[in-house]
Design a binder for this molecule. Structure first.
Ligand code: NAG
Ligand code: NAG
Ligand code: NAG
Ligand code: NAG
Ligand code: NAG
Length: 359
């Protein structure tokens, strides 16, 4: 029994001591000395670079070393997650800004078990599944390629062909890589695991079937179809909708035999979240004022929209502090015409525009 607790305690320590999350891979990485680029040095550099990311746990380092291109795929996933987050939150008080001098690129913002944390977890798990499946179909990874399993279902009026992107492998990898960091016993871990899965489902649920016609002079006697990943923007849009309707939950203990801990809505009359819903346990921190410790920039200086009643409107974005209006020179292309052949010629039109900035 003593040994059990000792093991549990050291496991706990293991989880606690690795600070920062894998999405830190989005930050620019200082290259190792790259004077010699022979294949062997490249491969050993690659393995070294997996070891160098001290915010990765051991299993993540192993997975990172699976293929030569894996570091790049992981970086792509992380970067696309950050870009998509910044796009989705461009009008919000917290605009998904990143900081340099922190163990996490998002600063301390995600220490809160908030809606924003739910969104970032879901989006990054989704982006990784997406990046891995895309790399599979491009032949960049050793362990996967196109999804051959879709061909087992035989349709009537068309046939499978081409390269179906293997979202199942992408999901499996994302589950293995992202979820390993979470402690299933902790409240935060239960929340993050739920949101990671919701993110991955947002990708799977938006896979598309695309087809191409073959046959004599466009007769389309043979239609060949394959499954394609959705653009990450589509996934981001859908997770953004989930974020707006995210469920505020608590953890309840079910003591039937062994302890089972489950997520339940904080109020009994609220809908029970399903597997595609985002869930959060805590209110968000105040994003209105700067907080150096948490890496929150505040909304001073943000551009707001005077006529909008939404999040980007001056009233909400400026947190009631008001705003200043400045007149700015505005340049845009105009009076464009087509010049034979094949050019579009535009003029530059200048005008004065009002520009509203939060106090
Ligand atoms: C790079 O390769 C050259 C020979 O091609 C060798 O002399 C040199 O020591 C190598 N440098 C490093 C850093 O490995
Ligand atoms: C989950 O709930 C959302 C509403 O919160 C609903 O739109 C969606 O269809 C549900 N999904 C499933 C798989 O039941
Ligand atoms: C990060 O840097 C800013 C200013 O450069 C400083 O105010 C802040 O305390 C630093 N944060 C941490 C966590 O070191
Ligand atoms: C987020 O807002 C800050 C001002 O609070 C601004 O400096 C920064 O460029 C914005 N970041 C993005 C990604 O839009
Ligand atoms: C400001 O908000 C209004 C109303 O939502 C919208 O029609 C307009 O395009 C917005 N302007 C800018 C510059 O985004």
């Amino acid at each position: 029994m003593k040994l059990f607790w000792k093991v549990l305690f050291s496991l706990h320590l293991l989880i606690e001591t690795v600070l920062g999350n894998w999405w830190n891979l989005a930050a620019p990485v200082r290259p190792v000395q790259t004077s010699n680029t022979s294949l062997e040095t490249f491969i050993s550099m690659h393995k070294e670079s997996c070891q160098r990311f001290d915010y990765l746990v051991e299993r993540q380092k192993q997975l990172c070393m699976l293929s030569d291109k894996m570091v790049q795929v992981l970086q792509t996933g992380a970067q696309q997650a950050v870009e998509e987050c910044q796009h989705q939150f461009r009008n919000s008080r917290w605009n998904c800004s990143t900081v340099d001098n922190s163990t996490d690129i998002f600063g301390g913002v995600l220490k809160f078990k908030s809606r924003e944390s739910a969104f970032v977890h879901a989006l990054s798990a989704a982006a990784l599944a997406h990046a891995v499946a895309r790399a599979c179909s491009r032949g960049e990874l050793n362990e996967c390629s196109c999804d051959a399993r879709v061909r087992k279902r035989t349709p009537r009026h068309w046939q499978w062909g081409g390269c179906s992107e293997d979202i199942r492998y992408g999901e499996k990898f994302s589950r293995d890589f992202v979820d390993v960091k979470e402690n299933k016993e902790s409240d935060e871990g239960i929340m993050n695991l739920h949101n990671n899965e919701a993110g991955r489902r947002a990708v799977r649920g938006r896979m598309q079937r695309v087809c191409k016609c073959h046959g004599m002079s466009g007769s389309c006697s043979v239609r060949v179809c394959w499954r394609r990943l959705p653009q990450l923007r589509i996934v981001g849009d859908s997770l953004s909708t989930r974020y707006e309707g995210a469920s505020h939950v608590k953890i309840v203990e079910r003591k039937r035999g062994k302890n089972i801990r489950k997520l339940r809505p904080i109020h009994a009359d609220m809908k029970k979240p399903n597997k595609t819903d985002l869930v959060y346990l805590e209110d968000s921190p105040d994003y209105c004022e700067p907080n150096d410790e948490l890496g929150i920039l505040g909304t001073r200086g943000r551009t707001c929209n005077r006529t909008s009643a939404g999040l980007d409107g001056c009233r909400l974005l400026c947190c009631g502090r008001g705003y200043q209006t400045r007149v700015r020179d505005h340049e845009e292309k105009c009076r464009c015409r087509f010049v034979w052949c094949c050019r579009v010629h535009c003029e530059i039109c200048r005008s004065k525009r009002d520009h509203h900035v939060c106090n």
